[in-house]
Design a binder for this molecule. Structure first.
Ligand code: G3I
Length: 342
């Protein structure tokens, strides 16, 4: 009896690995049958929402075929102290994905945000930082070896002007930190596809040019890079056209790389009321993004950055996702389904 109470208490606290699944799949929630989509349709999922909100889990399970942990693999969460890793929340999400037949994208190993204080507050020598970076990647990728289809190894390395961001990694290690990270990830899981993930690089401009240049240089140098993630966070009136997206994706494919629309959302301005016409406009934007992916052979999927508006990082007021704040589907979902039809 005592043991059973302990197990229940541990599960209730969300401590993974001790008490079985902490995320319940609602009864009757069936994943999309095989062949529903021509490409994986992913969603970013966060553990607090998945533990608390049954509608959120239902919509994810019944709609998506791929899962990206929204925050749970970021350095500050998964590796909060030099000698302590906390894989609980990420393991819970990977377990949910495995129970419901989803692909998993790992997000993210090297980013200038969400770094723990022990990384940001220290004065590093190049050798010490390189060793810490490699150990972090080896441990995180190694822990999930065989369970993650693709990793966003390096996230958002560029500034809008096309220069590498002068973050900790660039300042201490120089541009070689990207190659170091990719090689460490490849060594830790040779079967996982390795991506650089970038935002606001969907259209022509200095950032896209720099990203393509870096990708070509890495490929030419035999560095293990398999793909580019285009985040594609957009707004109702500011989204890249389908033609721009296809052009950028074809350029990436032309380098021999895969490409994923990795973090799509379409924010509605605060002052714009939720009318049927506005929801149709949002559906058109989503449909164009999904159609672009479907038109490019090397597009490995489209991941929407969240499940429903209630839990969006942008706040429910921006109404950016495929399901509304009450977990009801929006016209955008039908548009994506049509564009990605298998
Ligand atoms: O976990 C704490 C919780 O304990 C606390 O009660 C709460 C109070 O604010 O904060 C929680 O942490 C927040 C976390 O999201 C979980 O909700 C962080 O403050 C907040 O900064 C974090 O924001 C995330 C953000 O990345 C920064 O990591 C968003 O959820 C996530 O959607 C967003 O995702 C990024 C991608 O990783 C990279 N590309 C851009 C994208 C959008 O910014």
């Amino acid at each position: 009896m005592q043991a059973r109470l302990t197990v229940l208490a541990v599960a209730a606290l969300g401590l993974a690995g001790c008490g079985g699944p902490t995320i319940s799949v609602p009864s009757g929630a069936q994943p999309p049958p095989p062949g529903t989509y021509s490409r994986p349709l992913g969603m970013a999922v966060q553990e607090p929402a998945a533990e608390e909100d049954e509608g959120y889990v239902r919509d994810f399970v019944t709609t998506a075929t791929s899962l990206t942990p929204e925050n749970e693999l970021k350095w500050a969460i998964v590796h909060p102290e030099p000698s302590r890793y906390d894989f609980g929340p990420a393991d819970d999400l990977v377990d949910l994905a495995q129970r419901t037949g989803k692909r998993v994208r790992g997000h993210t190993l090297v980013w200038d945000q969400e770094l723990p204080a022990w990384v940001t507050n220290r004065t590093w020598t190049p050798d010490a930082l390189r060793a810490a970076l490699v150990e972090h990647i080896k441990t995180v990728v190694g822990h999930l070896r065989g369970k993650v289809a693709s990793w966003d190894v390096v996230n958002e390395p560029f500034s809008d002007d096309g220069n590498l961001k002068p973050d900790l990694f660039l300042r201490v290690l120089g541009p070689s930190y990207i190659e170091t990270a990719l090689r460490a990830a490849r060594a830790a899981d040779p079967d996982a596809k390795l991506f650089i993930n970038e935002l606001a690089a969907e259209r022509p401009g200095p950032k896209r040019a720099a990203l393509l240049g870096l990708a070509a240089q890495l490929r030419g140098g035999g560095v293990p890079l398999d793909g580019i993630g285009l985040q594609d966070h957009t707004t109702l009136d500011g989204a890249p056209s389908q033609a721009d997206l296809e052009d950028t994706m074809n350029r990436i494919a032309g380098l021999g790389l895969d490409v994923e629309l990795s973090e799509v959302d379409v924010a509605i301005p605060l002052a714009t009321a939720t009318t049927p016409a506005v929801l149709d406009q949002q559906a058109q934007v989503y449909g164009a993004q999904a159609s672009a992916c479907a038109a490019v052979a090397r597009c490995t999927g489209m991941t929407v950055w969240g499940v429903d508006d209630r839990w969006s990082w942008l706040g429910a007021v921006k109404r950016p996702l495929l399901f509304d704040a009450a977990a009801q589907q929006k016209p955008a979902l039908a548009a994506v389904r049509t564009a990605l039809r298998g």
